[in-house]
Each structure stands twice: as structure tokens, then as C-alpha cells.
Design a protein around this ligand. Structure first.
Ligand code: SF4
Length: 452
């Protein structure tokens, strides 16, 4: 089949939502770049605009529709402009989107990114409006093609699986990402090696539930075995993974924190609630005590491991005492950071049908209380680092100041410090001089490294 050409054309991709979407956007661009599209940061300059969307919460979905609305004026000015939508909203809404948004040309579901070339051809040569949102139980060859060598990034995500079989009662992911399938490990390792040869120093292995890698089709090794192989890739200095489901975390995995030097002692372990009643209705598969047992084992075995979590407040039926149980977990664990949200009913999920929804003002108040508590904990933990020496992987210029560099500690804290851009990609030692709620300020210890 003759391919559509993007020669002399620019694509603008806007990404909403999680790391999975960030990785999908990179993959989308890699496929477009193969047919000569270049990237632009300005939607006004683009020949093709794709919004890679998120539907995990109502607010995220509304943001997509308002952005799509704003693009109408651009289409009016340039009728040849192709506007597409990919990701979870595309998967969920499919054909309905074409009806709702007359200036939309292309709808690419979560498992159809690799078909973007053929789909664009339909639009540009036949003037068709196209929807591709079929889901498949297998990963087709070439769907996750190893990245282009010229994508030079200090750190990168690598998807190791897709979909989820857990069906937590509030979550739309299993419906929009399909059932769980793992990528073959040789293909993942090839991608990591390609990234390393392009200068990537840190990889984060991505999946909705990485602990079940290899257990439900596709994967040929266990997740700890895969992690071990990734840690052995020459040129890669740091390895992380996200997300771990608390019910599936194994001793074999925890032991890797001591066996593998490159594996950062940093784990994201979503608790969601501290109330057993709420956890059961969420269908999370663990109790608060079972969760705490794993967290304290981790803390005992590897003191200093940073632990982050997700918490939903105002889940249907959450009473004040349930919320207090969540606050208790937050206080005893002292998470390094939390991602906290007000419950938002997602049509089609089990929890959206629950009749005991919590009033919006109660949800808002609980979120405020939770976030205020966590802010104190984060500041306290950051303050404890003042005067300490930490290793930082230098990522590049700081967004806050042109004169400063930014990087992250193994425990994933953002550190800003003075230095030359030539240090990007190296791991250096810095002395923490000041702690803030979201970042740390530091000075490099090996000052000689600043001269280049
Ligand atoms: S584990 Fe639960 S919350 Fe996470 S993606 Fe799967 S269904 Fe959603």
C-alpha cells in the first residue's frame, strides 16, 4: 500500500492524563515521523493536530471537549487541517465523537496508534472521517516498534504491557484499554537498548499493573525477571516501574531493591482508601491492614525507600469514619507524595450506579483536609534532606530558571541547582541547601564537573 507522506508537514500532539498517554504520544509521533511529519509546539502552525486524551475523571474529559471546541477556528481558517483525537476518550466515544464534533476528522482508539499512517491516508485521499477503535486480545507485531534512535532523552518511559483485568469498581481503564496483555521481553529489551544507545540513562517500565506482567498472555518471563534483565542493559543507570497493584506485589520483587543497584528505591503503591468497607466496594482486593503490612515490610527491609500513592476521597458510601481511616493511613505511612482526587463517577463503571454518592461539597472538604495533611508531611520529609548529599540524574535546564539545571534523586524528588547544560545525562552528587514543598535546592559537590 502506498503510504501517505508528511513531507513538509507538521504535527501538533497535545497529551492529557497519565504516563501511559505520554508514552503513547511518543509512539504516535514515532509512527508519524516515519512518514516524514515533523513536530511543532504551535497548533496554529500544524497540518495535523492530535489530542491524546484521558477519561479517568470527568474533569479531564471536559478539558478535552473544550480544547476540541477551540480548534474549530483553526479548521475554519485552514480547511486542509486534519484534526484527530486518540487515547481513552477516543476509545470510549468512537463514532459519537464524529457526530458531536463536526470539525473532527479522525478518531484513533487506544490500540490503533500503529495504524495512524493508513488512517491518515483515508482522511487525506478520500476525504473520509475515520474511526478506528477496535480492541484486540493480542498485541500485533510492530505495534510497539522500538523507538527511533534519534529520540535523545535522558529518561524515557517503556510500556511493557497494556490493559487491565482488575475492574476496580470506579475505573474506566479496563473498558478503554482492554484486557491485560504483556509485550514479549526480547522486544522490550531491544527497545531499552535502542534508548540507551541514543543517550537515555533512566527508564520507567510502564503498565497498569506491572506486577502481573507475564501472567496473562504475551509475556515470557516474570516481572522481577524482566526488571533484572533491564537493569543489566549497558548505558542504563536507573530503572523505575509504575504502577504496582498492592495485592500483587511479591517478595521476589522487593528483594530486587537490594540485588539491583540500578533499581531506584522508589515505589508507587496506590492505596485509594484506608477504610476496609470502601476498599471492598472499590473491589481493590486487599484490606487496609494487608496494605500496611506490605508497606512496613518495605520500610523495614529498605529504610529510606520513597513511597507514593493514589487516594480517592468521597467514594460512594464513604462516611466520615471511613475518611478518618484514610487519614490514619496517611499519617502512619507518611507517604513521600500522594496523588489525591475527588471521586468522579465514570459512566459504565459499577460505582457510577451506586446510589449513595457523596455530596460534592463533602468531597471537596475531604480533599482539602487530606492535601493539607500531606503537604505538612512532604515538607517535613523534604526538610530532613537539608544538609544531606544526594545523587541526582541531571535532566536539563530548570523550568524555573534559565541559569539552573534540574534533576531527580533516586527517590524521585526534583532538585534544582546551578550548573552547565553539558552535565545533562550525568549523575552527580549535590548538597541539599533548601527544601520546599515540591522541590529541593542544592549545590553540586564536585565543582570541577561544572567546568567543561
Ligand atoms: S488496577 Fe484498578 S484502578 Fe488500576 S487500572 Fe486496573 S481497574 Fe483501574
Amino acid at each position: 500500500m502506498e503510504r501517505v507522506s508528511g513531507k513538509g508537514k507538521d504535527v501538533y500532539i497535545e497529551t492529557f492524563g497519565c504516563q501511559m498517554n505520554e508514552d503513547d504520544s511518543e509512539r504516535l509521533f514515532a509512527f508519524l515521523n516515519e512518514i516524514d511529519f515533523q513536530k511543532t509546539d504551535e497548533p496554529e502552525d500544524a497540518d495535523l493536530i492530535i489530542l491524546n486524551t484521558c477519561s479517568i475523571r470527568e474533569k479531564a474529559e471536559q478539558k478535552v471537549y473544550s480544547t476540541l471546541g477551540r480548534l474549530k477556528a483553526l479548521k475554519k481558517k485552514n480547511p486542509d487541517l486534519i484534526i484527530g483525537i486518540s487515547g481513552c476518550v477516543a476509545q470510549q466515544e468512537g463514532q459519537r465523537l464524529l457526530k458531536r464534533i463536526p470539525h473532527l476528522d479522525l478518531v484513533i482508539g487506544t490500540q490503533n496508534i500503529h495504524r495512524v499512517d493508513a488512517l491518515l491516508k483515508e482522511v487525506s485521499t478520500k476525504g473520509a472521517r475515520v474511526v478506528a477503535n477496535e480492541l484486540s486480545a493480542t498485541i500485533s507485531s510492530g505495534e510497539y516498534r522500538p523507538r527511533l534512535r534519534d529520540v535523545k532523552k535522558v529518561k524515557s518511559f517503556v510500556s511493557i504491557m497494556r490493559g487491565c483485568n482488575n475492574f476496580c469498581s470506579y475505573c474506566i481503564v479496563p473498558y478503554v484499554r482492554g484486557s491485560e496483555v504483556s509485550r514479549p521481553s526480547p522486544e522490550i529489551l531491544e527497545e531499552v537498548k535502542t534508548l540507551a544507545s541514543g543517550g537515555t540513562k533512566e527508564v520507567t517500565l510502564l503498565g497498569q499493573n506491572v506486577n502481573s506482567y507475564g501472567t496473562s498472555g504475551g509475556g515470557d518471563v516474570s516481572f522481577p525477571e524482566l526488571l533484572t534483565s533491564v537493569c543489566r542493559v549497558e548505558g542504563i543507570e536507573r530503572v523505575r516501574f509504575i504502577t504496582s497493584h498492592p495485592k500483587d506485589i511479591s517478595m521476589e520483587l522487593l528483594e530486587l531493591f537490594s540485588a539491583e543497584r540500578k533499581l531506584c528505591r522508589n515505589i508507587h503503591l496506590p492505596v485509594q482508601s484506608g477504610s476496609d468497607k470502601v476498599l471492598e466496594r472499590m473491589k481493590r482486593g486487599y484490606t487496609a491492614d494487608e496494605y500496611l503490612e506490605k508497606v512496613f515490610l518495605l520500610k523495614r527491609l529498605y529504610p529510606g525507600t520513597s513511597i507514593s500513592t493514589d487516594i480517592i476521597v468521597g467514594f460512594p458510601g464513604e462516611e466520615e469514619r471511613d475518611f478518618e481511616a484514610t487519614m490514619e493511613v496517611v499519617k502512619v505511612v507518611e507517604f513521600d507524595s500522594i496523588f489525591s482526587f475527588k471521586y468522579s463517577p465514570r459512566p459504565g463503571t459499577l460505582a457510577a450506579k451506586f446510589t449513595d454518592q457523596v455530596p460534592p461539597d463533602v468531597r471537596s472538604r475531604r480533599l482539602e483536609v487530606l492535601q493539607a495533611e500531606q503537604k505538612q508531611i512532604t515538607i517535613k520529609k523534604n526538610k530532613a534532606l537539608e544538609g544531606k548529599t544526594v545523587e541526582v540524574l541531571v535532566e536539563g535546564r530548570s523550568k524555573a530558571s534559565e541559569d539552573e539545571l534540574t534533576g531527580r534523586t533516586p527517590c524521585n524528588r526534583v532538585v534544582n541547582f546551578p550548573g552547565e547544560l553539558a552535565l545533562a545525562g550525568s549523575i552527580i552528587e549535590v548538597l541539599i541547601t533548601q527544601a520546599y514543598s515540591n522541590s529541593l535546592r542544592a549545590v553540586p559537590i564536585e565543582r570541577s564537573l561544572l567546568c567543561c
